[in-house]
Design a protein around this ligand. Structure first.
Ligand SMILES: [Zn+2]
Length: 198
């Protein structure tokens, strides 16, 4: 089992700027604001990506910006606070590729606990159904887009998570034929503490 490192904490309240004080909450020392009651539960972000297939090919985009500039991935991005993750997957797909889609199912979850100053990062991958639009890469974020077979290619640097999700979408079943998500083995997620449930 990979040991997780501790993460940084806020020193001041993000709402009222008072200095946060240590407080024992839920059996764990946390930081609480003595003025407005804000509790720092930790930092987290939620991302969502979409797998859209045409026959035995999967929609991939080549990222035009860092992180991962030049790498091919499934379309995706951050989920807004007031947005369903599956809607974010469809929104990002539309923004990046011009294709209108709708989520069909949750394919996979990547859980990446925070390290150092990184927030806890949860990424949800949805299977999408095509609903219209025309393939037109959005030049600010994406330098190319197209439908490709989900195989390792010397001329394409495909992100491991995208490759794994694309293969799952095409095989249609979880490993061992069992329903639900389990932690996957042997998939490179670019972090030793990240885990993919599928
Ligand atoms: Zn406060």
């Amino acid at each position: 089992m990979q040991k997780l490192t501790s993460t940084s904490v806020y020193q001041y309240c993000p709402h009222c700027a008072a200095a946060l004080l240590p407080a024992l909450i839920g059996g764990r020392e946390r930081r609480r604001c003595p003025r407005c009651g804000f509790v720092f539960w930790g930092k987290s972000t939620v991302g969502a990506g979409g797998v859209l297939t045409r026959g035995d090919r999967v929609l991939l985009v080549r990222r035009a910006i860092d992180p991962g500039k030049g790498r091919w991935t499934i379309p995706g991005g951050f989920v807004e606070e007031n947005e369903r993750a599956e809607d974010a997957a469809a929104r990002e797909t539309l923004e990046e590729t011009g294709l209108r889609t709708e989520a069909v199912s949750l394919l996979a979850v990547r859980d990446r606990p925070g390290e150092k100053d990184m927030p806890h990062d949860i990424y949800l991958v949805f299977l999408l159904a095509e609903k219209g639009g025309a393939l037109r890469p959005q030049p600010e974020e994406v330098s190319a887009a197209g439908f490709f077979p989900p195989v390792e290619r010397a001329d394409m640097n495909i992100a491991p998570l995208s490759l794994a999700a694309a293969r799952l979408a095409l095989t249609g079943a979880g490993r061992g034929g069992l329903p639900g998500f389990r932690a996957a083995e042997g998939i490179d997620l670019l972090s030793p503490v990240a885990r993919l449930y599928c």
